[in-house]
Design a protein around this ligand. Structure first.
Ligand code: AHG
Ligand code: MN
Ligand code: MN
Length: 333
């Protein structure tokens, strides 16, 4: 029997060489893993735990909430609010930031999260996940407000996602490479199984929801058309396509075997600059992908350099294998 390195042990190893990894951050990761293990357990039990179906409510973005969206949001709050690591948190499922209740100590970190990503897949038993990003409260342990959250992605201290797939996995970065951990349910620990994940710079696989094709901007239309033209087209290569409709699953696939993921800006609803949200989807995923050697852009700018204007701001996302992302970026120039 081989004894693996746990996520906490990885962080303790990392702490020796990375000044950003302090005891509070390690503690916060501990709390986040508690949240993810609980959500994983609920997801795995599905109908047995009565967690499928709609909650009959809408979030601030006008999306119908699933029971599991609401439940996962509560799990994140209750797992992370009491130990003095967080000053406040923000989530896809809450209109405003959530302040740490007065009975608990206030910490120096801010947490943003998408408690359940890929919600349309819950009821059909396809991979979903949770995404999170950790920032420092510019006020230290002072009471933060919404403005304090609006930091560009380059300021992230750590980011990660947990994947509830055939196995439960945590993929994370503290700015020193991208690491993958697999949940060993027998011991209840995430074990370091994927060290320094690297995205191959080239790929023949793209992911986009082509039902939106008529709404895309010209550079994206051109890029996807050239992929589809295959061997006899300008790229002289046959491409393959995948679309799970869970960003966590797409990004994990890209981390493993390369690929490019696009949820571009489109004209379907001109008031929205894309579908995905900057603070708890695009930024953490960009950090993870860049730390694995991949690229991440809106087509016009590096996602992590955007100065956020609102908590639930949407953004175009193009990320994955570096050379393909660069090509799409050049088409936008
Ligand atoms: P969420 O479930 O958190 O709202 O996010 C779903 C996102 C993302 O995971 C996925 O890539 C995309 O929405 C799928 O969108 P379409 O249904 O438009 O394909
Ligand atoms: Mn999401
Ligand atoms: Mn979600």
């Amino acid at each position: 029997m081989q004894i693996g390195v746990t996520l906490q042990q990885y962080l303790l190893i990392e702490q020796k060489k990375n000044s950003k990894v302090d005891n509070d951050l390690i503690g916060l990761f501990g709390d986040i893993t508690v949240a993810c293990k609980n959500i994983s357990n609920a997801v795995r039990h599905g109908a047995l735990y009565g967690v499928l179906g709609s909650a009959g409510s809408e979030n601030v973005q006008g999306e119908t909430q699933k029971k599991l969206d609401v439940m996962s949001n509560d799990v994140f709050i209750h797992s992370t609010e009491r130990n003095g690591y967080l000053g406040a948190m923000a989530s896809e499922e809450m209109d405003d930031i959530y302040h740490i209740p007065d009975q608990f100590p206030r910490g120096k970190y801010l947490l943003t999260f998408d408690p359940l990503d890929g919600s349309s897949n819950i009821d059909v038993n396809i991979t979903v996940g949770s995404i999170f990003s950790i920032l420092k409260n510019p006020k230290g342990t002072g009471k933060p407000d919404t403005q304090d959250f609006l930091q560009p992605g380059t300021q992230q201290i750590a980011a990660g996602f947990c994947l509830y797939g055939p196995s439960t996995m945590m993929v994370m970065t503290v700015g020193n490479g991208t690491q993958g951990f697999t949940l060993d349910s027998g011991i209840g620990e995430f074990i370091w199984t994927h060290e320094d994940i690297e995205i191959s710079p080239d790929t023949k696989e793209f992911s986009i929801n082509t039902s939106n094709q008529r709404f895309w901007e010209d550079p994206v239309k051109r890029y996807i058309q050239e992929c589809k033209d295959g061997k006899t087209g300008p790229r002289a290569t046959d491409f393959n396509m995948r679309w799970v409709a869970s960003m966590v699953a797409e990004v994990y696939r890209i981390l493993n075997r390369g690929g490019i993921f696009l949820y571009p800006r489109d004209t379907k609803d001109p008031s929205k600059a894309g579908k995905l949200r900057l603070m708890y989807e695009a930024n953490p995923m960009s950090f993870i992908v860049e730390q694995a050697g991949g690229g991440s852009t809106t087509g016009y700018e590096r996602i992590m350099e955007i100065k956020p204007e609102a908590l639930h701001q949407r953004v175009a996302v193009i990320l994955g294998s570096k050379n393909e992302v660069d090509l799409v970026r050049r088409y936008h120039q």
